[in-house]
Design a protein around this ligand. Structure first.
Ligand SMILES: Nc1ncnc2c1ncn2[C@@H]1O[C@H](COP(=O)(O)OP(=O)(O)O)[C@@H](O)[C@H]1O
Ligand SMILES: CC(=O)N[C@@H](CCC(=O)OP(=O)(O)O)C(=O)O
Length: 280
């Protein structure tokens, strides 16, 4: 049975209601599920310094990344442990066991990170403990089965053996590719991808990449990049949304990103537009 990967956005984890967890537990009782979590909002709740604009760096290509020092890695671990305990309690109450993994415990590996970052109007060289994912070792998730969920904290080990920060959406995509997942579900705080302020129900990978490079900002830019990476690694569909996982998997809501052109697929079932954006 093919697994799925569900990325729990740091923006929304504490807003997910009991019904959302009931739905996940029903799905996880029948299918192998890997959860990957973010931490943006919990870090802001831990300390006001994470709300300061300087907490996020921007590279010369416009990609955003948290300015990560060893102290920040420790704070990430602190909030992640609290989140993991909460998720374990919620799932175990519903009959599902949870096993936690730090990506840096042999699961996720990262290459050398970007060294040059904008500070004001200048590009400066900064030590930043982040890195692009180079490898995922799927054998670490050896107990994956229906009824037993993994929760992954997407830190990684770099080539110097340092523990580094990675982007959670892209880590979820790399894990989905490595374990042969059919679906990647990116649960976040918005119901759909919006293009020209209109909700999109289905879009193909090429059109999503075109929008990513032209109009996407912030967190959505990373999600579209992650979606493209997951599809390129064999995942069949990526869904972005804020609903229960079974509704997102069935395409009842959210934005489904497919490998095939969206025009060859059925229109969305929730009344939203299907956009191929080929004309742009
Ligand atoms: N075109 C877009 N459609 C929908 N959301 C967008 C778009 N562009 C930017 N966003 C922003 O992306 C955010 C989701 O990304 P992010 O904050 O990283 O969430 P998460 O913590 O769940 O990963 C939304 O709250 C929204 O403000
Ligand atoms: C390198 C980098 O910036 N990593 C991200 C990883 C967490 C994340 O992506 O969390 P969300 O789900 O809340 O977006 C960060 O530290 O914020």
């Amino acid at each position: 049975m093919s697994p799925i990967v569900v990325k729990l956005g740091g923006s929304c984890l504490d807003d997910l209601a009991g019904a959302w967890w009931n739905d996940l537990a029903v799905h996880a009782a029948e299918h192998p599920v890997v959860l990957v979590h973010g931490w943006s909002k919990p870090l802001k709740q831990l300390s006001s310094r994470y709300s300061d604009p300087s907490a996020i760096l921007r590279d010369r290509y416009g990609n955003q990344s948290r300015w990560t020092t060893t102290e920040v890695i420790e704070d990430i671990k602190t909030v992640s442990t609290v989140m993991a305990d909460d998720v374990a309690t919620r799932l175990e109450y519903r009959g599902i066991t949870l096993e936690r993994k730090l990506g840096s415990d042999g699961l996720v590996y990262a290459g050398p990170g970007e060294r040059w970052w904008w500070q004001g109007k200048q590009l400066v060289e900064l030590e930043n403990l982040v890195g692009p994912i180079t490898k995922v070792e799927p054998s670490v998730l050896k107990n994956l089965r229906p009824g037993h969920v993994y929760l992954v904290t997407p830190l990684a080990s770099n080539e110097l053996g340092q523990e580094v920060n990675t982007d959670a959406d892209r880590a979820a995509a790399a894990i989905a590719g490595a374990i042969g997942a059919t679906n990647l579900v990116l649960v976040t705080d918005v119901a759909h991808l919006l293009i020209d302020d209109q909700p999109v129900s289905r879009i193909d990978a090429d059109a999503a990449a075109a929008f990513r490079d032209k109009g996407a900002t912030g967190g959505m830019r990373k999600k579209l990049r992650a979606a493209g990476e997951a599809l390129a690694q064999g995942v069949t569909e990526v869904v972005i949304g804020s609903a229960p996982v079974s509704d997102l998997l069935a395409g009842r809501t959210g934005t489904v990103i497919t490998r095939a052109p969206a025009s060859e697929l059925a229109p969305g079932r929730d009344g939203t537009a299907t956009q191929a954006l080929k004309e742009q």
